[in-house]
Design a protein. Structure first.
Length: 153
């Protein structure tokens, strides 16, 4: 992606696939890869890895998907406000999460944060069945850009 390339919709999948359900954002990004109208990027555990890509792409819509402890049943997903996100999303980022989110908000017209409730964050590969099911329910909503169908926390 070069500076000035026009991107309508970009999804950033955050998470560590070696931390079981922590990799759910990466799973969603891989699933949306190649979907019409989407640029989907699995950035792994470091949201800061997406900064340059978002700056160059300047998407109209940026969706960030990550595992988030929201007190929901495993696999449940919700849109998160920018105010609540820093305390619910992972804290493995090199830069403060609220600072990163502010930079990303400045590079896209609209930014949506979507959290998926994990069940197991232990060392290991593969999503638990509940979290995979929740992600698989979320993916078609994103493909059809039906953000209004994703409940707010």
């Amino acid at each position: 992606m070069r500076r000035g390339d026009i991107v309508n919709r970009m999804l950033i999948g955050v998470g560590n696939p070696l931390g079981r359900d922590d990799g759910v954002g990466v799973y969603v990004a891989h699933a949306l890869s190649g979907a019409p109208g989407w640029t989907a990027i699995p950035v792994g555990p470091s949201l800061e890895n997406a900064l340059g890509l978002v700056e160059r792409g300047r998407p109209k819509l940026l969706v960030i998907v990550d595992a988030a402890d929201m007190g929901l049943p495993p696999g449940g997903f919700r849109r998160l406000s920018f105010k609540s996100a820093p305390r619910m999303l992972g804290s493995t980022h090199a830069l403060p999460l609220d600072f990163l989110l502010g930079l990303l908000r400045g590079a896209a017209r609209e930014v949506a944060l979507v959290g998926i409730q994990p069940r197991d964050l232990s060392l290991g590969e593969g999503l638990t069945p509940e979290v995979r099911k929740g992600a698989d329910e979320l993916i078609p909503l994103l493909q059809r850009v039906e953000l209004e169908a994703i409940p707010w926390l």
